[in-house]
Design a protein around this ligand. Structure first.
Ligand SMILES: NC(=O)c1ccc[n+]([C@@H]2O[C@H](COP(=O)([O-])OP(=O)(O)OC[C@H]3O[C@@H](n4cnc5c(N)ncnc54)[C@H](OP(=O)(O)O)[C@@H]3O)[C@@H](O)[C@H]2O)c1
Length: 327
């Protein structure tokens, strides 16, 4: 496993880290014992950074992360998020009182005294025009409830605005072979300001593993079943917001670029790591075998420039018209 520096924190973070949404909920049935085994496998593979949120299974994911921390002697940094307990995203919802309650719950779930990295969980664009919200986070740092903070955003423009706040250490954004816009418009500025980037949804909710077909059935409570049109949350979080037929055709083209050896999932993760501005990819995983496969992407050789160009051209022709104007 290779490590990269996260923002100005001084932390060296595994370039393949662990996304802990699926082990909380909204991805069909998960078994806590298997989820914990997946987390342990991640640490075995050198992962030292986990992304979770208070709402993933309403504490279930955070509690599993806390349990992992207690069961391992290695240092494991845990980034969580707050803000999605609000019934509706409003600026007023990010009040001192609400944040304080949410943070206390996360601290209890994780079983720690200080949250390593607290991310605002995709607040509305408006919040980035309210410096007082970031002032509150500075207060929580001073009070010792959080060590560092960052944001998780839907849009590139929100990312650009967020990093104007000097203490934002990290931006979490969808970045994968189906979403190139952050690299084109945001990465240079983030690097210039020494802000870390967490590449989320790196496998486009599993599409970029190549295992999903038109016939694949998802459980009732899997967002890949019920959120394909944004019924519950931003449609971009499900299959990166790309229409399934277009996505599957693009996956076929990407498969044709694979050199023998790595899987498509590994190729997709290695592609993300080609960008120096990225601190880490945070693939979700429910099983130890998935974790192993994903972590092995860190050891793969670089993708040659001609293949990088062909990936870009698939994006430009097939995908950009669908996603570039939205996120
Ligand atoms: N708003 C936000 O802040 C936000 C939103 C979304 C995600 N995130 C974060 O980003 C993380 C990653 O995104 P994501 O989990 O949505 O999507 P993802 O990483 O693109 O896809 C994860 C899913 O793909 C499948 N998978 C993973 N590795 C695999 C492998 N090697 N082979 C086959 N299948 C594999 C698993 O599901 P199956 O086995 O069921 O197919 C897994 O749950 C999340 O866990 C979360 O921490 C944050």
């Amino acid at each position: 496993m290779n490590y990269r520096t996260l923002g100005r924190t001084g932390w060296r973070v595994s370039e393949i880290s662990f996304g802990a949404w699926a082990i909380g909920g909204l991805w069909g049935d998960v078994d806590d014992r298997e989820s914990l085994a997946a987390l342990h496998k991640a640490v075995d593979c050198g992962v030292n950074f986990i992304d979770t949120a208070d709402v993933y299974g309403m504490g279930r994911s955070e509690k599993l992360c806390g349990q992992l921390k207690r069961e391992r002697k290695e240092e494991v940094l845990i980034a969580t998020k707050a803000g999605r307990k609000l019934p509706q995203q409003t600026v007023e919802g990010y009040s001192r009182e609400n944040l304080s309650v949410w943070l206390d719950e996360s601290l209890r779930n994780l079983g720690v005294e200080t949250i390593d990295l607290l991310q605002l969980h995709c607040p509305s664009t408006d919040l980035y025009y309210h410096p007082e919200a970031f002032g509150l986070l500075d207060d929580f740092v001073r009070a010792g409830k959080i060590r560092y903070y960052g944001v998780s955003v839907e849009r590139v423009e929100e990312a650009l605005k967020a990093i104007e706040f000097p203490n934002v250490q990290s931006v979490q954004i969808i970045f994968n072979m189906f979403r190139h816009r952050p690299a084109r418009l945001f990465f240079n500025e983030a690097q210039r300001r020494k802000v870390g980037i967490l590449a989320r949804v790196p496998l486009a909710s599993g599409l970029l593993t190549g295992k999903i077909t038109r016939e694949t059935k998802f459980a009732q409570d899997d967002h890949r079943n019920f959120n394909r049109h944004g019924e519950m949350f931003d449609v971009g979080e499900t299959f990166s917001g790309v229409d399934l037929d277009v996505a599957l055709a693009a996956v076929d083209e990407l498969k044709s670029l694979l050199i023998p050896g790595p899987s498509l999932a590994q190729f997709a993760l290695r592609w993300i790591l080609m960008f120096d501005a990225v601190t880490c990819a945070i693939p979700g995983a429910k099983r130890p075998a998935q974790v192993q496969e994903n972590c092995d992407a860190s050891g793969l050789p670089s993708i040659p420039p001609d293949i990088m160009e062909r990936i870009e051209s698939i994006y430009d022709w097939k995908l950009a018209p669908l996603v570039d104007q939205r996120w």
